[in-house]
Design a protein around this ligand. Structure first.
Ligand SMILES: [Zn+2]
Length: 276
């Protein structure tokens, strides 16, 4: 899924992710169900022996490969696909699998250069903010202020955790304004109706659109380039018309975001880095 912080590959189009849910709420991990069985297997690829989980799902239409941070490689197939067939495809994809396993074996890098102290530059909705930290003054303390490209936070504690949490709180508040503005901007072209906009904090979902037409967005997108944030806004708005990931849905997205494939690729590659 485009909103998902993991790498996927399918047998029919090696470097593109495939849709894996036909519902509007998407990006959730595949929950085990009665129609699914999972086996642990191993294969020699190049110089390495790697283990992978083989998931057989009656809902699967083709071979699908997924690598998630900290979760290794999972292969999902329809019933009746032989291990020989799976491993033949894996050998064709050795480079991709090896690259993804290396990437996701590491703790995700942050787009924000540590440490979080005065003078640090923080990405914000395609621009940058300069961080200034001030000791809090009891009684007449301001929580935060932003002016001329500087985010000033007033804190009782300067511990790294306290600083990070204060910055996240500020970003989450700003996310309401930014996503409301971007949704209004793009919807002026679509002309749909949507309900409320909620801001979420999730590791692996960038956005969703409920059946009632409410939109949810992940505040961490404020750390991404604006074109990427806009792609997710356009994606969720397009779900107001097309509930699944059909050809018609992607055509609608492409009208407003012709290079959406680039933005999806950016998110697959850099999504895990979008944190403080
Ligand atoms: Zn979607």
């Amino acid at each position: 899924m485009p909103e998902n912080a993991s790498a996927t590959s399918s047998a029919t189009s090696p470097m593109q992710s495939s849709g894996r849910s036909s519902s509007r709420r998407h990006g959730a991990p595949n929950a085990p169900s009665k129609s699914t069985t999972v086996r642990q297997r191993a294969i020699s690829l190049g110089d390495a022996t790697i283990t992978y989980r083989h998931r057989v799902s009656r809902r699967a239409r083709r071979l699908r490969f997924e690598v998630r941070p900290g979760n290794g490689l999972e292969v999902t197939t329809p019933p009746g696909v032989s291990v020989a067939r799976i491993e033949a495809v894996m050998r064709e994809k050795t480079d991709w699998i090896t690259k993804m396993l290396v990437r996701y074996a590491q703790p995700p890098l942050s787009v924000v250069e540590a440490p979080l102290q005065s003078g640090a530059l923080l990405p914000f909705a395609g621009g940058q903010l300069r961080l200034e930290l001030d000791a809090g003054r009891p009684g007449r303390r301001k929580a935060a202020a932003m002016e001329e490209g500087t985010l000033r936070l007033f804190l009782d504690s300067m511990s790294p955790d306290a600083v990070r949490m204060a910055i996240e709180r500020w970003y989450r508040r700003q996310a309401h304004y930014v996503f409301a503005e971007r949704a209004a901007h793009w919807n002026a072209q679509f002309g749909y109706n949507y309900g409320r906009i909620a801001i979420r904090d999730q590791k692996s979902r960038w956005g969703s659109c409920s059946r009632q037409g409410n939109l949810n967005f992940n505040w961490r997108l404020l750390l991404a380039p604006l074109v990427v944030l806009d792609y997710i806004v356009i994606h969720e708005l397009a779900h107001l018309k097309e509930g699944n990931h059909s050809t018609r849905f992607w055509a609608l997205v492409a009208e407003k975001c012709p290079d959406y494939r680039d933005q999806r690729a950016w998110l697959r590659q850099h999504g895990p880095e979008l944190h403080f």
